[in-house]
Design a protein around this ligand. Structure first.
Ligand code: DGL
Length: 264
């Protein structure tokens, strides 16, 4: 920082179709607790994972435009589906660092070369070109399973293990001998306990949250050192409107749930 210059707080925007990105933001708050966070949940349009591409691009544009209007230093597209479809459009349009997410297949293959990997995501991510390039480059042949029902469960606050495990078993079938399960949708990170229950102790459950936060830290670079060491804050927006206190309590309870299931 140059002498005499006042430095504002580091402001980071997070965006997802709904509550999923809260898992990523919670991971970021562990590493950058002093930053000011703005979280945009596009609950008017969730789920993205079954929508046409043009719609997803339009909604992602509205979200980033709202975050940009709040003067954020960077935007994290905390949504694999929006990244898969809209990241190039957003990077071209906005003069801001925009960090995207992709299913964490690379780290899973690195830890489990030549072993069986299950990759779960939304139907749009699974059908997307980006994932197919990622798979080609990885040299692996993961089993792909779309789990749109988990997005609905997270949005409705359904975390009952029995209900969720029954759904997972129905969609995934009988195979249990995977070395790693990649959670390729940010909503899925709230259900680590259910995946653990289904696949047992030995399976490695991998999401892209820590990798995304590392990328965020590296993109922010020197701005982090310049950030004043005050306590951080979060403001939540729902499709452009500031969230009321009831919603904030709900969002904070999801952050707490993420922390609870993180090491399961
Ligand atoms: N959380 C999102 C993702 O990571 C999308 C969920 C949805 O809206 O379908 O893909």
């Amino acid at each position: 920082m140059k002498g005499g210059e006042t430095v504002g707080k580091l402001k980071i925007g997070f965006f997802d179709s709904g509550v999923g990105g809260i898992s990523v933001m919670t991971a970021a708050r562990r590493v950058l607790p002093d930053a000011e966070y703005i979280y945009y949940a596009d609950e008017a349009h969730v789920p993205y994972g079954t929508k046409p591409h043009e719609e997803i691009i339009r909604y992602a544009d509205e979200a980033v435009s709202c975050l940009a209007s709040h003067g954020v230093d960077a935007v994290v597209v905390a949504c694999n589906t929006a990244t898969s479809i809209a990241i190039e459009y957003l990077r071209e349009k906005y003069d801001l660092p925009i960090i995207g997410m992709e299913p964490a297949l690379k780290p899973a293959v690195r830890s489990h070369p030549n072993e069986k990997i299950l990759l779960c995501a939304t139907p749009v991510t699974i059908a997307g070109e980006k994932l197919h390039h990622l798979i080609e480059k990885s040299g692996a042949e993961p089993t792909l399973v779309p789990l749109p029902g988990l997005v609905a469960f997270a949005e409705q606050g359904v975390f009952d293990k029995e209900t969720v495990c029954e759904y997972l078993a129905e969609e995934i079938g009988n195979e249990r001998d995977f070395a790693a399960v990649v959670l390729g949708c940010t909503h899925f990170s709230f259900f680590r306990d259910c995946f653990r229950e289904l696949f047992g102790e030995r399976v490695d459950i991998v999401d892209g949250n820590v990798g995304t936060v590392k990328r965020l830290v590296s993109v922010l670079g020197d701005k982090i050192d310049d950030c004043c060491a005050e306590s951080g804050s979060v403001r939540y927006f729902i499709s452009g409107e500031e969230a009321d206190s009831g919603k904030i309590v709900l969002f904070e309870s999801l952050a707490a749930r993420y922390e609870r299931v993180l090491n399961i």
